[in-house]
Ligand binder design. Sequence first.
Ligand code: NDP
Length: 384
Amino acid sequence: MRSVSVLGATGSIGASTLDLIRRQPGQWRVVALTANGNAAELAKLAREFSAEVAVVADEAALPALREALAGTNIQAAGGEAALVEAATREADITVAAIVGCAGLAPTMAAIEQGRAVALANKEALVAAGSVMTAAVARSGATLLPTDSEHNAIFQCLAGNSYDNVRSITLTASGGPFRDWTLEQLRTATPAQAVKHPNWSMGAKISVDSATMFNKGLELIEAHHLFPVGLDKLKIIVHPQSVIHSMVEYRDGSTLAQLGPSDMRVPIASCLAWPQRMETPLAPLDLAAIGELTFRAADEERFPATRICRAAAEAGGAAPAVLNAANEVAVAAFLDGKFPFTRIAVLVEQVLARYAPPSPASLADVMAIDAAARAEACSVLELVT
Ligand code: NDP
């Protein structure tokens, strides 16, 4: 029997993870399950999986969680410190699936314990960058990339040296607006942005997919996970989302990973690593799919990938500032306070206004994140 903790258990990645665990009865012991404020769903999951502990980050939700877990042996806890404590609990694999920089401290806590961490929470790695990779090296933790693109690259790289890599190509679906004109993009609504053509995901990453910030964040994520140099990292739009990414070697061979657009595939790869496990997905039917097409990313309509590449090149605090500004802008867009096309503008404005020194510790990253959010909110107030 293996043990697992799921940070962000009530979200889209959390649900996909627990779906796979549910299908292997008797093979998993669930240690910690966490959420932000959704106490009812968290309690339901904690009861179903007989979790050791259930934690809500938002302390206001703790009384409801306690009430929903009354009569069980499951510990209920709330607040940031409890979240971090849950993340440090011994588990064979800790799934980091909280959305945004809010997942950074618990993810780092699991890393500091030397755990195997299935990392979906890309914002944490984007913000912390070398602070996180240094902690991985120091603690001996294993980072298993769960983002479908990075999981694909991880699989394509298996057993090969970075010296042999000519390039790594991240594929992008292009999101729901890939064929929209700039004029149309100005009128995009939150409801349209969260309706992804291929993937079913949480609201924040769906908007990131629509702006292409998702691909930009993934570029920065790949830069840290696979240190081949930024100049070797490419992005291509592949509307069918069948090829999840590719690695080209210096002998001219390109290895690609293909699969259905369902996060249970990369999650299963992490849960079972270095073995494989069954998933309930239909086999890939390439004849039915018919054709796989590709096109260059259009950085005029979708400047996010250009902005992210520049932040990655600048290094230091820039990716943390970019990530914080994007989180603020996406939240404002989802609240209906802010036009879609202003998201990228706001991120660039914040990057131009706030350039702190490089972070050397988790505390530095969190301080930069907080200050960048404040800067983003003040820019937002000027324009809304
Ligand atoms: P969701 O919005 O569906 O779920 C987010 C989870 O995080 C929920 O459990 C939520 O709890 C919890 N949460 C939200 N805010 C906080 C907070 N402040 N403190 C603690 N917990 C919090 O997100 P997704 O599952 O879509 O995405 C999770 C991560 O995985 C993101 O970083 C995303 O970029 C990445 N990812 C997602 C993919 C997908 O297909 N969904 C694909 C690849 C990567 P509550 O329910 O209580 O709000």
